[in-house]
Write a protein that binds this ligand. Structure first.
Ligand SMILES: Cc1cc2nc3c(=O)[nH]c(=O)nc-3n(C[C@H](O)[C@H](O)[C@H](O)COP(=O)(O)OP(=O)(O)OC[C@H]3O[C@@H](n4cnc5c(N)ncnc54)[C@H](O)[C@@H]3O)c2cc1C
Length: 400
């Protein structure tokens, strides 16, 4: 059994296949496995989410129905049980996100996992790059150290080569032509869960630089608002609600300009906001007044001035409208390589219900190389684990 790609999707598929009694060999192009998995650990290692099953499946957008089934087979609870079985306890944070307890670093989890794979007899071959298919059953592999090429003929293969962001971790999307060679179309890659670019004035960049915006909401054009915290940056804006809005931003940008509307006081009813703004005395500067009346300090006044240069002269009604919907014109998304995840990949129409390539029976696909996207919050890793477990199940069913 060959598993190509040593990320979370491939390693979980390898584990499940080995637990099913099969001899498994993993081939990974980099010198070590799980590089992106470890990168995911830098910003708080969010393994999954404790959200209820229905809204959880809804996070996968167009693929909701398929993921409902995948998540039933390998659920967030299964993921927690899997980690516990490796000696890694997890907890549910206030936002519902599931993390390993503080004592466990991402590298501890990976180390324990690799130990388990060794016990199960899984052979991990690093610096082995898959170079394409060979005939009906062959896989071409290149030894990255010697440059030597070999051909394998495994009984079944799992491809788990990842998306196309953070290329330095090995997820470089270089596999696309290898799939196209066997007539498997690949939906174009696009950045998902990434920052949005806003052409700030030089004055704004110098005065604000990087600054957090707490307890705000954001929406794209007339779409539904998303709550959270964002970060203003030199290039634009980033943070959880911005990442979650990348599908809507991408759609809007494909046909014209996109605008993010920022509500600086989403908890305040519009009448209360207006009533407070009506108390303003002309002697108070706008920044002082906003701080005292609404608790809105820096960078909000500068942001208001950037969006509406005459804001200091606005009557309360116009100011209330602006505070509830500060327009941020988005000129683009950040480059793919910086994105947390990748949209695009192998369409689900190209695989059967077991995630087996229709064009190549015996070859299964798992993880981010499939065409799905989901927001941050543990939905990405959960999606990779669930597809990895399901692909392994497909092979076990096939071989039995
Ligand atoms: C900064 C950052 C933070 C993140 N934080 C989180 C988080 O907190 N929670 C969450 O759920 N998700 C998070 N993610 C996303 C998560 O890490 C990915 O979704 C996940 O790693 C994808 O798993 P995968 O197995 O599909 O692919 P990958 O992890 O990308 O693994 C694919 C592997 O295949 C190998 N490979 C590629 N081509 C070949 C080839 N030709 N031959 C052999 N090997 C090959 C690659 O070297 C790589 O090791 C984060 C991502 C980033 C970048």
């Amino acid at each position: 059994m060959a598993v190509i790609g040593g990320g979370p999707a491939g390693l979980l598929a390898a584990q499940r296949l080995a637990e099913g009694g099969l001899k498994v060999r993993v081939y990974e192009a980099q010198a070590t496995v799980g590089r992106k998995f470890l990168v995911a650990g830098h910003g708080g290692f969010n393994l999954s989410n404790a959200e209820d099953a229905e809204p959880f499946a809804g996070r996968y957008g167009a693929e909701e129905t398929r993921f409902r089934a995948l998540l039933t087979y390998f659920s967030p609870d299964d993921l927690r049980a899997w980690a516990a079985d490796l000696g890694i306890a997890t907890f549910v944070g206030t936002s519902g996100r599931i993390f390993p307890v503080a004592a466990h670093k991402p590298a501890d989890l990976l180390r324990a996992w690799l130990g388990r794979l060794r016990e199960l007899g899984v052979e991990i071959n690093t610096r082995r790059r898959w170079m394409g298919f060979d005939g009906a059953n062959g896989l071409r592999l290149r030894d990255e150290t010697s440059g030597q090429e070999t051909t394998l003929e495994p009984a079944a293969t799992v491809l788990a080569l990842g998306g196309a962001s953070w290329a330095k971790t090995g997820s470089d999307g270089a596999w696309v032509p290898l799939l196209r060679e066997i007539d498997v179309p690949v939906a174009p890659f696009a950045p998902a869960n990434c920052g949005a670019e806003v052409a700030w004035s030089e004055f704004f960049k110098q005065k604000v630089g990087r600054a957090p915006l707490k307890n705000i909401s954001l929406r794209v054009n007339d779409g539904p608002p998303l709550r959270g915290e964002a970060m203003l940056t030199e290039y634009g804006i980033e943070g959880t609600p911005v990442y979650a809005l990348t599908p809507q931003l991408r759609t809007a940008l494909a046909t014209g300009p996109a605008t993010l509307f920022l509500n600086t006081k989403p908890d305040l009813p519009p009448e209360t906001l207006l009533a407070r703004l009506r108390q303003r005395r002309n002697s108070a500067s706008l920044p002082d007044f906003l701080r005292k009346a609404l608790g809105l300090g820096a960078p909000v006044p500068t942001l208001l001035r950037e969006a509406a240069p005459a804001v200091a002269t606005y009557p309360p009604e116009a100011l209330a409208e602006l505070l509830a919907a500060v327009p941020l014109p988005v000129s683009g998304l950040r480059p793919l390589d910086e994105a947390i995840s990748t949209a695009g990949g192998i369409p689900f129409s190209e695989v059967d219900e077991h995630l087996q390539l229709r064009q190549r029976p015996g070859t299964y696909v798992a993880g981010e190389m499939l065409d799905w996207e989901a927001p941050t919050g543990g939905y990405l890793l959960q999606g990779c684990f669930s597809t990895g477990a399901w692909a392994a199940r497909g092979i076990l069913v096939r071989l039995s």
